[in-house]
Design a protein around this ligand. Structure first.
Ligand SMILES: NC(=O)c1ccc[n+]([C@@H]2O[C@H](COP(=O)([O-])OP(=O)(O)OC[C@H]3O[C@@H](n4cnc5c(N)ncnc54)[C@H](O)[C@@H]3O)[C@@H](O)[C@H]2O)c1
Ligand SMILES: CC(C)CCC[C@@H](C)[C@H]1CC[C@H]2[C@@H]3[C@H](O)C=C4C[C@@H](O)CC[C@]4(C)[C@H]3CC[C@]12C
Length: 369
């Protein structure tokens, strides 16, 4: 790397840097951002793997903190050039209350914005979600749409509501004057369902399949397409956006970008089988084994049980009315906006993404034996 590049000494902050996506963003920055001199990783729970990063040329600063605490956020943001805000409460299973989801995802994001304004940080990249758009409460399909496709984005569930509000705050903050008088430049990335190394739900499906004697039972019609994107490519998009925001502020400021790559369009279950089949599982049935009305009934029953049992224990199964609706509604993207605006090309091919994910699931298998 040229000395002049290193001499720019950029300081980045990644909130949620110990999460599934956050860890990939952190590792990608260390590998692919030559102008980095300090990387701050802010998270409620710090991972032990952070220690191994501290021996490299970039100063890695781990900060245990809570995005809902404005003073903790401001202290972490002060002196940074770029903030990548991935921290969030990803809960569609009813584990956390709607108030907590709002506090972390909306108030936490507001705290990040205010911290940038107060301390003079000019560039903010927000990890939004496809859920900001849909699937909506009416179950309208979104078939290979792009950032400009008209769609009635109406939500009731706390998670998509919170992501939509937070995204709006980030986009509206674009152009605000930060300390020192320069304009804040913001943009939002909207991943579809992320998969790859570290994906907890994939791990859950894998273990469920093992418990069921190596089988999973089809619940969703194969014709329902669900958008998926490899975590390494989502991380790469974050790194590229953060890098290009300064040079292309007029074009990229206040914009949203879906995260996409060459992952194939398939149903949620058929897509998971791309990884789980090579690990010895099979998906039983070419059509859903249970009629849809029965799934709706079971999902409603789960919701009722969750409510009844709440005073005693946390009952949070994968199947509930919301997850059923998301899994059962076509939502896929087809766009090249990121390529046009900041030259994004996926770093990992589909074959590579698949191989890496399979290798990871196989590792989960051997580590749990
Ligand atoms: N996983 C997906 O499929 C997906 C898809 C689209 C968007 N997203 C978005 O990507 C981001 C990362 O999601 P993920 O799947 O890596 O989730 P994750 O739960 O693995 O990571 C989130 C991280 O945020 C941290 N965090 C939570 N509350 C915090 C708080 N109050 N203060 C500080 N840190 C806090 C967690 O400790 C965790 O490390 C989220 O904003 C999510 O909405 C995820
Ligand atoms: C009906 C059951 C058999 C299957 C249940 C699968 C369900 C748990 C899955 C299906 C779709 C998944 C969501 C989707 O990939 C996209 C996102 C956006 C992201 O911002 C957060 C995670 C989320 C909501 C996935 C959660 C798990 C879902 C609902």
């Amino acid at each position: 790397m040229a000395d002049s590049a290193r001499a720019q000494k950029l300081v980045y902050l990644v909130t949620g840097g110990c999460g599934f996506l956050g860890e990939h963003v952190v590792r990608m920055l260390l590998q692919r951002e030559p102008r980095l001199c300090e990387l701050r990783i802010f998270d409620l729970h710090l991972g032990p793997w952070l220690d191994e990063l501290k021996t490299g040329p970039v100063r890695v600063t781990a900060i245990q903190g809570d995005v809902t605490q404005a003073h903790e956020v401001a202290a972490a943001v002060a002196g940074t050039h770029v903030v990548i805000h991935t921290a969030g409460l990803v809960d569609v299973f009813g584990k956390a209350s709607p108030e907590t989801i709002h506090e972390v995802n909306v108030q936490g994001t507001q705290n990040v914005i205010e911290a940038c304004v107060q301390t003079g940080t000019q560039f903010l990249v927000y990890t939004s979600s496809m859920e900001v758009v849909g699937p909506n409460v009416k179950g309208h399909p979104f078939y290979r749409g792009n950032e400009d496709t008209p769609y009635e984005a109406v939500h009731r569930h706390p998670y998509p509501c919170s992501k939509a509000l937070a995204e709006r705050l980030v986009l509206e903050a674009n152009g605000r004057k930060v300390r020192g008088g320069l304009p804040l430049v913001t943009c939002a990335l909207r991943p579809t369902g992320i998969y790859g190394e570290g994906h907890q739900i994939m791990r859950d499906f894998y273990h469920q399949g093992l418990r069921l004697g190596g089988r999973l039972f089809r619940a969703i019609p194969a014709s329902v397409e669900h958008g998926r994107v490899y975590v390494g490519n989502v991380a790469w998009m974050h790194v590229l956006v953060a890098r290009e925001l300064e040079q292309r502020a007029a074009l990229m400021g206040g914009q949203v970008y879906f995260c996409y790559d060459k992952s194939p369009y398939k149903s949620y279950e058929d897509f998971n089988m791309e990884f789980l089949r090579p690990c010895g599982l099979r998906l039983v049935g070419t059509r859903p084994l249970l009629p849809y009305w029965l799934l709706v009934f079971l999902a409603a029953l789960n919701a009722l049980l969750q409510w009844l049992l709440r005073p005693l224990l946390l009952y949070a199964p994968l199947l509930n009315p919301y997850t059923l609706a998301v899994a059962n509604t076509t939502f896929t993207v087809s766009t090249n906006k990121a390529q046009r605006h900041f030259g994004y090309e996926p770093l990992f091919s589909w074959e590579d993404s698949r191989t890496r994910t399979i290798r990871w699931v196989q590792g989960v298998e051997s580590s749990s034996q």
